[in-house]
Design a binder for this molecule. Structure first.
Ligand SMILES: *[C@@H]1O[C@H](CO)[C@@H](O)[C@H](O)[C@H]1NC(C)=O
Length: 239
């Protein structure tokens, strides 16, 4: 009971003296050092690491944390004892002239060791692509047929297993749920521009032939029988 008013008095005295210009602060030396240490070690506001789960060749976040000079925050991940969640398929760019498609995706919030693609055309059994390391978010598919309809899925794997892929029936791939958030997507290769030119030339030729034959037919009728006019005049004369 007697201690606290005494301390309060000392503290008030210290504050008052420190407010007086030229006065020495009364605080003990070790107390001052403690204060300095506190300001030195006050925690910086935590910042998120420069990690984008959709960026191609993105270094894993825990490696960024180890390499960086200051601490940064990583997104929480599912347990490494569980297979990864499915990655999210991004945009699919098609290059019709080369029969090529560029596939992009975003990492799941799970530890991932490898990715690979599954590709099926129509209802055929899917083909599995080469394994890609965990930094990869973009891959190319080659030798695609012009006008072909495909389903592509991205699979992630770790020591505990691989992410799920919606399956249609026994073999085919399916784009289940909202394709904007799933691992699979549908895309159609545009027909080759050359094919389009051929088709245009074909249709043009056919139209030209049709018009010619119509003209020939018209003049042939007029010259060799001239039926409509003469027939009409003869009919009038007879009346
Ligand atoms: C992952 O694969 C990409 C593309 O093949 C390559 O550029 C990169 O160096 C690889 N990274 C590691 C850590 O192996």
């Amino acid at each position: 009971m007697s201690g606290s008013p005494h301390h309060l008095y000392l503290w008030l005295l210290a504050v008052t003296l420190s407010l007086v210009p030229g006065a020495q602060p009364l605080a003990p030396r070790d107390f001052q050092e403690e204060e300095e240490n506190e300001t030195l070690w006050s925690p910086l506001p935590p910042v998120p690491c420069d990690y984008d789960r959709c960026r191609h060749l993105q270094v894993p976040c825990h490696e960024l944390q180890q390499a960086g000079p200051t601490a940064c925050l990583c997104p929480g991940l599912s347990s490494p004892a569980q297979p990864p969640d499915p990655p999210r398929l991004g945009e699919v760019q098609t290059v019709a002239e080369e029969g090529r498609a560029v596939i992009r995706w975003c990492a799941p919030f799970s530890p991932v060791h490898q990715y690979w693609l599954l590709l099926s055309e129509g209802s055929r059994a899917p083909q599995q692509g080469a394994p890609l390391n965990s930094t990869v978010r973009k891959a190319e598919l080659n030798g695609l047929n012009p006008g072909g309809a495909y389903v592509v899925c991205v699979v992630a794997s770790n020591d505990a297993g691989e992410s799920t892929v919606p399956k249609a029936g026994r073999e085919g791939l399916e784009v289940a749920g909202d394709p904007a958030f799933g691992p699979c997507g549908r895309f159609t290769m545009p027909p080759r521009p050359l094919t389009l030119i051929h088709a245009a030339v074909g249709v043009g030729t056919a139209l030209a032939l049709l018009s010619c034959s119509a003209l020939v037919w018209h003049f042939y009728l007029r010259q060799h029988c001239g039926c409509p006019r003469r027939g009409a005049i003869q009919a009038q004369q007879r009346l």
